[in-house]
Ligand binder design. Sequence first.
Ligand code: BEZ
Ligand code: FE
Length: 299
Amino acid sequence: MTSTRTGGIEVRRLTDEVIRSFDGTPDARTKTILTSLVRHLHDFVREIEPSLPEWEAAIEFLTAVGHKCDPVRQEFVLLSDVLGVSMLVETINDQHAPGATDSTVLGPFHMTVSPTRELGESIDEVGSPHHLLVTGTVRGTDGQALPHATVDVWQCNEEGFYDVQQPETQPAGNGRGLFITDEQGRFWFRTVPPSHYPIPTDGPVGALLKATDRHPYRPAHIHFIAQSDRYQPLTTHIFLPGSPYLDSDAVFAVKPSLVGDLGTVDADQARQYGVAVGSAMATVDLILAPDQDGATDVH
Ligand code: BEZ
Ligand code: FE
């Protein structure tokens, strides 16, 4: 509902005048974006009719978001995440290739290079008591196994912290690994079951969650980026079935297809992978879509 004040001719003229100010923008895409931004922003302000103190509070909030950013903390990305914008952009850019694994958000913790590891190696460098074997394949949507693909993995520990959040207790690279698939496109590694965890709440985004009575938790997951020549890179997670918050992820990144399979290691697998019978085991297939111009026949 707009009042006469905000729906009036003067206010409309103001919006048109601002939009016209971009008439000379040389880059067409920049002009489209700015024009649309002003149109929607002015509609939003007309709908909300903020008081001056509310407008000041909004400016202060955005200023605080900026002040919270540093080389390892991106509060604007976190804001985008909790407003569902990151997931919206991710979904718009997902090529929707039939049969490809769904993508989901990158998140802020992929900020260091993962250590290169041998197939079968553990990404747990602190000797945690619980174990999880992860096995998977990288394939194309045509079913072809992709040897020599890279699989970049990162996850939090059993207490819900990434290495970069606990530099005193976790060695850099703990919970991370860069693997290369074998001739059959397979990869496997040992790890610990990641916990659900809260996104960082010590900044203005945390204050926003508190003010709106929202919890900050993400369900337990392992991150993957799979890449192979002539295929589109895939950024995704597997979520652990049964984890709390699968139905209320603070950043809206759960897709039902990404909730993984958890089983236990049998005697054959125990021999094959060198782990104890009965250990927890997750299986992950990462299916990549061909590049726009990608033939998939030569491998
Ligand atoms: C993550 O999964 O690492 C993450 C994603 C979005 C916001 C915070 C954390
Ligand atoms: Fe994460």
